[in-house]
Write a protein that binds this ligand. Structure first.
Ligand SMILES: NC(=O)c1ccc[n+]([C@@H]2O[C@H](COP(=O)([O-])OP(=O)(O)OC[C@H]3O[C@@H](n4cnc5c(N)ncnc54)[C@H](OP(=O)(O)O)[C@@H]3O)[C@@H](O)[C@H]2O)c1
Length: 321
């Protein structure tokens, strides 16, 4: 096999998991300031299957789309000018988002400062579960909502990829965390730091929670009007971070008449935040939950699992040894 090619997942038409294939494609080369990373594992996120279907980030990319953003691997080569990383370094990252990263592949190139050192206590499969979900949790809880000790923070889809990090980051900041998830997840979420749990299958969370400072909504209005209903639990002036689908004109109007704030949000690459998050993981402050790993060739099964919307923590593809 030539070193100029690599195995990668390709999508030749938008559609269901059956359009995913593994093919031999050209290997990327690092430009100045970029590093080439040999991918050991790639995390799977809902945006991946949405992009495969022609939604998600598909409209921002040339056709055919390249899938995957979450990488854990080893630096193979550095481009001119890179001084912070060297061949052999173990790194993780969510490079290029929302542009294509093509993380479901044996090699990825990206700017050096979009990577961080992999948490030393994690294997590659667990490290690949972190970047997109944990950056979303960090950038919403810490950077956007600026959660402070003593605040009441309600998180929907708390048992998912983003949610389980958001629970832990908010707890780490000293917040009172209210986690919304199916009952089977409650003992685990309490162990991660949730002070209260609400079973969304039996209880409407707006009947069980009130006087909340911040809602991190990870479900959205497409499911049971979850974003709009979450306005009801906020204290006057409280903040809803609407993560899955932004803020519709109706949601903006409802927030204004309820006297609360609402903001859309989209995750951004941030190597410095990933370095901070790695520190918390290595200090034992933050756990990383991987429900199952699949080899790259079983990418369709991995997508099918994530599309259920019922995974605990993350699903990860293993790419190279
Ligand atoms: N804007 C951005 O930059 C950004 C970034 C990341 C993610 N997102 C979006 O945010 C959403 C969450 O992402 P994710 O990666 O965390 O998804 P995920 O891992 O697939 O979430 C799965 C979890 O959702 C829970 N869930 C499903 N329906 C629920 C409901 N009605 N109430 C409470 N929990 C429910 C499930 O809990 P049970 O098993 O207990 O049912 C499951 O644990 C997705 O729509 C994703 O596309 C947006």
């Amino acid at each position: 096999m030539s070193k100029r090619t690599m195995r990668a997942v390709t999508v030749r038409e938008f559609g269901g998991p059956e359009v995913l294939a593994v093919e031999e494609v050209a290997r990327p080369e690092p430009l100045p300031t970029e590093v080439l990373v040999r991918v050991h594992a790639a995390g799977v996120n809902p945006v991946d299957w949405k992009t495969r279907e022609g939604q998600g980030m598909a409209r921002l990319q040339a056709f055919p789309p390249a899938l995957g953003w979450d990488v854990s691997g080893v630096v193979e080569e550095v481009g001119f000018g890179v001084t912070t990383l060297a061949p052999g370094d173990e790194v993780y990252g969510m490079p290029w988002f929302p542009r294509a990263a093509n993380a479901y592949a044996e090699y990825v190139t990206a700017p050096a400062r979009q990577w961080a050192r992999k948490p030393a206590t994690l294997d590659h499969a667990h490290a690949a579960a972190v970047p997109l979900a944990a950056l979303t949790a960090w950038q919403t809880v810490v950077d956007t909502a600026r959660v402070r000790a003593g605040q009441r923070v309600l998180i929907t889809a708390a048992a998912g990829g983003v949610g389980h990090f958001a629970v832990q980051f908010a707890r780490h900041l000293g917040a009172h965390v209210i986690a919304v998830a199916g009952a089977a997840r409650h003992p685990w979420l309490r162990g991660l730091g949730a002070a209260e749990t609400i079973d969304y299958t039996t209880t409407r969370f707006e009947d069980a929670a009130a006087d909340v400072d911040v809602v991190i909504d990870l479900v959205g209005d497409a499911h049971d009007r979850t974003a709009t209903r979450s306005l009801e639990v906020l204290r006057p002036g409280g903040l809803l971070v609407a993560v899955p689908a932004g803020v519709s004109p109706e949601l903006a109007r409802a927030a204004e008449s309820a006297g609360v704030r609402v903001t859309p949000y989209l995750v951004e690459p941030d190597g410095a935040a990933l370095a901070t998050i790695a520190g918390l993981i290595d200090a034992g402050e933050v756990d990383v939950e991987v429900e199952e790993t699949f080899p790259l060739e079983q990418v369709a099964a991995a997508h099918t699992r994530v599309e259920t919307g019922r995974t605990r923590g993350k699903i990860v593809l293993t790419v190279t040894d």
